[in-house]
Design a protein. Structure first.
Length: 317
């Protein structure tokens, strides 16, 4: 690891000195069906000469960095880095993930310097597959043409259409604004989920016999916002939950984004453990109440609605 790069090996076997590296690069936010198709093509290409399959991504995402610099609201993010890596590991389509920390240094790096310093010298990449609209380097000056002229064999990936619709992260964000969870699932190939370490909250919900586990997103603006039913996975066990994603405007100043989940019929000490919250169904928007009593009255109604949802789910299964 250095100041701007972190590498995670997913393959059980290490890379051999003889293996060439074929790579792709991008935000891969949400890892939707289009991304999966691209990675499938990467995998097929790698089989031809037994190349090492590498995915390069970012944290912070470039558009988040530039939004912060400009003082504007960040575009919502579909998934967290921890989940991105976990989904990639489960897919078996990638041998290694390289995470570049997008900073002022990265933003000012000229396209040719990015190729020479990072792609060639640091990573040793000889072949790439990238999206048709891929741009990189200072002021997005670099393109596929620059990769090819620098001696990197480059394939352009055509966009994927699902039911005649172009699958993209922008489409997922539009569907999230409409709370269309089912259609999001069809385009992602999985539910939206958030994995992070459980932290202590203000303990207010516990005083009302409504304990929650809390995941802080800090500056990451989530693509979903509201009250949802959820599955929660902790140390190999699955729990049923009611999840609030937002800023808790009734009881907080709203400076950070949070995910708070009440586990149905469970009250455990889970502080410090890694929890994965899988979003299943939209219940209602996040609201600001004038007092705590109407807030918790609504939360108990949410609890009843969630039990009804899970009962219907059991009947389907």
């Amino acid at each position: 690891m250095n100041e701007y790069m972190y590498r995670i090996q997913l393959s059980a076997e290490p890379k051999t000195s003889e293996q060439k590296i074929i790579a792709t690069i991008g935000n891969f936010d949400g890892l939707h069906l289009g991304h999966t198709e691209l990675l499938g093509q990467l995998s097929q290409q790698a089989k031809l000469d037994k190349s090492w399959r590498m995915l390069i991504t970012f944290d912070v995402l470039p558009h988040e960095y530039f939004a912060d610099k400009s003082g504007v609201l960040r575009a919502p993010r579909i998934g967290l880095l921890r989940d991105k890596v976990a989904i990639l590991e489960q897919s078996g389509l990638v041998d290694e993930v390289v995470i570049l920390h997008f900073s002022e240094y990265m933003a000012k790096l000229r396209a040719q310097d990015f190729i020479d310093e990072i792609l060639r010298n640091k990573l040793g990449i000889s072949e790439m597959i990238v999206g048709h609209d891929f741009r990189f380097g200072y002021m997005a000056e670099g393109s596929i043409r620059d990769l090819i002229s620098s001696g990197i064999r480059t394939t352009e990936f055509a966009e994927l259409k699902h039911n005649q619709v172009r699958v993209s992260s922008s489409l997922i964000r539009e569907l999230a604004a409409e709370q269309n969870i089912e259609l999001i699932r069809s385009y992602l190939g999985h539910n939206i989920r958030y994995s992070s370490r459980v932290v202590k909250g203000n303990q207010l919900a516990r005083k009302w016999n409504f304990p929650t586990i809390n995941l802080n997103l800090y500056k990451i603006r989530p693509v979903l916002w509201g009250i949802y039913t959820s599955y929660v996975y902790i140390e190999g066990k699955r729990y049923l939950g009611v999840t609030n994603i937002g800023k808790n405007p009734t009881v907080s100043e709203g400076k950070v984004y949070k995910i708070e989940t009440h586990l149905l019929d469970v009250d455990l000490d889970l502080y410090g453990k890694i929890a994965t919250v899988e979003i299943l169904h939209y219940l209602r928007p996040e609201l600001k109440f004038e007092a705590l009593e109407p807030l918790f009255k609504q939360m108990y109604k949410d609890l009843d609605d969630a039990r009804d949802f899970f009962a219907r789910l059991d009947n389907k299964e």
